[in-house]
Design a protein around this ligand. Structure first.
Ligand code: 13P
Length: 246
């Protein structure tokens, strides 16, 4: 399966950073065997997509409705209209801070699909849940509730992001990554058959140029969702190179 390395810029980036975005896109352009994307703040999607018409610029969230009285929200159609090709939905930071439920995330993924966007659907356990031995049941429950019935690898990827590994410099043991990605794969195949076998399962949480080679050679790790290390070409490129070599 072709690997996908997607950057999540979170709430970072002003128009002054469009040059850095262009630098990342041109740095990764030589690695044609790997898919890459940059999920930007909504304000930068249009300007970045205009400058980089062939590149996969994405959003970080979308509303489940097409339009309406939702002050401050952005619809999937708006992201597509601005030039986005994909969007993240269900990131743990939104699940926690905006109280998004699995049903919300499922609606957002469907809205993305309806607008012609690819979706990266995030799941992941907290540290307390892992310590209580509930990591797999929590993640598989989120997966079941967050994926629409028409999920398949042509438009949807799953990102496993342990909450405690995000922005902390800590990653799970390789055994734990292997076990979780295998469990997610089994659940996807059980529900979606061949379509589930083709869904990419990304790992996210403190992935960087030092640990990417090991993480990306684990079975069923089909790419990465990268936060901090996606903010510059210097940090992002080594991860893409590791994906190309994996
Ligand atoms: P970091 O790579 O900064 O840990 O962030 C991971 C993440 O949340 C990507 O969505």
């Amino acid at each position: 399966m072709r690997k996908l390395i997607a950057g999540n810029w979170k709430m970072n980036g002003l128009s002054a950073d469009l040059g850095a975005i262009e630098a990342i896109a041109s740095a990764v352009a030589g690695h044609s065997g790997v898919d890459t994307a940059l999920c930007l703040p909504a304000t930068l999607v249009g300007p970045a997509a205009t400058r980089l018409p062939g590149y996969a610029i994405g959003g970080q969230d979308c509303h489940m409705a097409v339009s309406g009285a939702h002050t401050g929200c952005v619809s999937a159609a708006m992201l597509a209209d601005a030039g986005a090709k994909l969007t993240i939905v269900g990131h743990s930071e939104r699940r926690a801070a905006q109280g998004e439920s699995d049903a919300d995330v499922r609606g957002k993924a469907s809205a993305a699909r309806a607008a012609g966007l690819n979706a990266i659907v995030c799941v992941g356990e907290t540290e307390a849940e892992r310590d209580a031995g509930q990591a797999e049941s929590v993640v598989l429950g989120q997966l079941q509730g967050s994926l629409p019935d028409d999920a398949n690898g042509s438009w949807l990827s799953v990102a496993y992001e342990p909450v405690w590994a995000i922005g902390t410099g800590r990653i799970p043991s390789i055994d734990d990554v292997t076990a979780m990605h295998d469990a997610i794969r089994n659940a996807l195949v059980a529900r979606f058959g061949e379509g589930g076998a083709a869904i990419r399962i990304l790992y996210g949480g403190s992935m960087n140029g030092d640990n990417a080679a090991v993480l990306l050679t684990v079975a069923n790790v089909d790419g990465g969702l990268i936060g901090g290390a996606s903010l510059s070409a210097e940090k992002f490129l080594p991860i893409v190179e590791a994906a190309a070599a994996a």
